[in-house]
Design a protein around this ligand. Sequence first.
Ligand code: 0WD
Length: 256
Amino acid sequence: NFSLEGKTYVIMGVANKRSLAWGIAKTLDEAGADLIFTYANERFEKPVRQLAETLKNKNSRFYLCDVTNDESIDQAFETIGEDVGSIAGLAHCIAFADKNDLKGEFIDTSRDGYLLAHNISAYSLVAVTRRAEKLMTDGGKIVTLTYLGGERVVQNYNVMGVAKASLDATMKYLANDIGKKNIRINAISAGPIRTLSAKGVGDFNSILKDIEEKAPLRKAVTQEDVGANAYYLLSDLSNGVTGEIIHVDSGYSILG
Ligand code: 0WD
């Protein structure tokens, strides 16, 4: 039974219709899930609500959750607990770095820029998982989004690559902690997709062109590809898999 009917999932990081989080939301909606959206800032509430109106399931819920603020995360997950009780899974699709740190040389990264990128892009997974696991009373599944720039040097990705390396290790240590509660956590390492966040990465077009020309599948991946793999990781289809990084990148990462 591949249906997610009667199961509630929290989706964090929908900024607009191009967001990878939105690709995940659409796939889970197709499978019948109930969705909860969190947004970082009041100004995202309206666009996220408008997007959610286009889903099949009209019962989505919306909560403010700024992952840089512990009280905001507490408040969000306490309210979610009161409103829905138990959740089946969570998609963490959040990252941020100062635009100035996503070009030029990594060596010039400031202390503040380094800490900001790690705070929002890596520590947030710890902070969120600690609150969310309490709501996963019948086991659970968590997925986060990472990128190849955390495994090897990708031009311009700079401090975000170092934050993704931290995110990858964070995901594995969390897997070890929450596994005994039958909660699994995995990462999707997505190939480049044009989103709001991607706009911040210097010379993003040439990263995209490279995958279209050289990756085994000779094409860029889509929001739908990420959604389908997230469905796998957020459902019982992936039972037995935790602490894993799945590359949804047309095979690009196998190239030397
Ligand atoms: O090529 C790509 N687009 C790839 C993205 C390739 C591989 C990985 N990823 C990752 C990103 O690093 C990120 O972790 O996917 C995740 C989602 O990114 P996205 O879908 O590419 O980008 P976007 O649509 O901009 O969503 C990121 C969102 C933010 O949007 P804004 O407009 O605020 O930058 O992350 C959220 C926010 O919704 N976010 C926060 N959420 C809570 N608290 C915070 C915060 N403080 N800051 C950013």
